[in-house]
Design a binder for this molecule. Structure first.
Ligand SMILES: *Cc1c(COP(=O)(O)O)cnc(C)c1O
Length: 375
């Protein structure tokens, strides 16, 4: 059994994938080919934003957004303590201070009350200027944007939606990657919509920011790429990856997203009596980047993981350590107290095999073994 079965997906998509890749090889437009602009149009239509700007990866996407807002030394950027490193790494790379905020146990996402507390604390200290809230759509479920938006407006902060794991999720009819003032995603192969290497995208409705993003991603270009009007970077999506994503987006839209939700439903039905199954809020829809259960404590989690490994069932721990406890942030002025919900989740969380091509038989096996272990 595979944790995320990309080979199986490839076997199914092969008839469409082969000609899409062949087309790029034949035309030879490996950088900025027509597939890139076509894909950007398809992605912005899917998400429901005016602009989509593709780039090299999800980390660059976050960096480019922070560059547009001129985030740097003296600025505070609020980041959930329970997320992938890049969410906090990118503001720190720009010279800003990431301020870590606790999350909610039921959704794993940023806690609005902890966010407001952190903002007030930073304002009270008066050393840093609060600028941005990085809201992460962890494991596929959108963050609590209705609440977070109110806080952003109250304190005049930008929302940067880190939708690296959230592409395809929704709140009501509105799709993930449209909730931020700028939103980003990643096409790393294991994300809900992944390519065959690195890739990322940025979404916004703001024309001025979109123009800046298009410039920053290609060496701060002006009228053309040999007219450089600002310091930028080189972060483009390869034409080959755009061609791959066009095929994958179609499958994602037509059946993968629905299928992965069926898989989640089957897990929850089978497991909710024995472990704490993940919860999707009323009115929210997840793209299930991960299906993470909670065990009683670290000992039970680690023993279950070892037991499942013995049975040939791969699992992962996302994330074993709070961001605020990462050595890389030790020298920064981030929150240094342990945030209780995050610390607890790090000890108890376990992600099960999860992808749209997981069969009912494979799931039965996972559920049976977890039940056997718990009993
Ligand atoms: C994967 C991920 C990123 C970074 O994406 P890359 O494409 O790997 O650079 C950023 N934030 C979160 C929450 C992620 O899961």
């Amino acid at each position: 059994m595979q944790f995320r079965d990309l080979q199986k997906q490839y076997q199914i998509l092969k008839p469409q994938m082969a000609p899409a890749i062949q087309q790029v090889l034949t035309t030879g437009n490996f950088i900025s080919g027509s597939q890139v602009t076509e894909l950007e149009e398809q992605l912005s239509a899917y998400v429901g934003t005016k602009h989509c700007i593709t780039c090299g990866n999800g980390t660059d996407a976050l960096t480019l957004a922070l560059m547009v807002w001129n985030i740097g030394p003296g600025d505070a950027v609020f980041v959930p303590d329970f997320t992938f490193f890049a969410s906090g790494e990118t503001p720190a790379y720009e010279g800003a201070v990431p301020i870590f905020v606790d999350v909610e146990e039921d959704t794993f996402n940023m806690s609005p009350s902890s966010l407001e507390e952190a903002i007030l604390q930073v304002k009270g200290e008066g050393k840093l200027t609060p600028r941005v809230i990085v809201a992460v759509d962890l494991f596929g479920q959108p963050a609590d944007y209705p609440e977070i938006r109110q806080i952003a407006e109250k304190y005049n902060l930008f929302i940067l939606e880190d939708g690296a794991q959230g592409f395809g999720g929704r709140i009501g009819a509105r799709r993930a990657c449209s909730f931020g003032d700028i939103s980003t995603t990643s096409f790393f192969p294991a994300k809900p919509l992944g390519c065959y290497g690195d890739g990322g995208a940025i979404f916004t409705d703001n024309d001025e920011w979109a123009a800046l993003l298009r410039s920053y991603r290609i060496h701060g270009k002006g009228a053309d790429k040999y007219d450089n009007v600002r310091i930028g970077m080189n972060s483009r999506l390869d034409t080959l990856q755009a061609a791959v994503l066009q095929v994958k987006l179609k499958a994602f839209d037509e059946y993968e997203l629905t299928d992965v939700n069926k898989v989640a439903h089957r897990y929850t039905e089978g497991l909710r009596e024995v472990v704490k199954a993940p919860i999707v809020r009323e009115g929210f829809y997840s793209s299930w980047a991960q299906y993470s259960i909670l065990l009683k404590d670290k000992e039970e989690r680690d023993r279950l993981q070892a037991y499942l490994k013995e049975k040939g069932i791969p699992t992962m721990v996302y994330y074993p350590r709070p961001m605020s406890m990462q050595g890389a942030f030790a020298g920064l002025d981030c929150v240094k107290v342990e945030l209780p919900v995050t610390a607890d989740l790090c000890r108890r969380v376990l992600a099960l095999p999860m992808h749209p091509y997981l069969t009912a038989e494979e799931q039965e096996e996972v559920i049976r073994e977890i039940k056997a272990y718990v009993h």
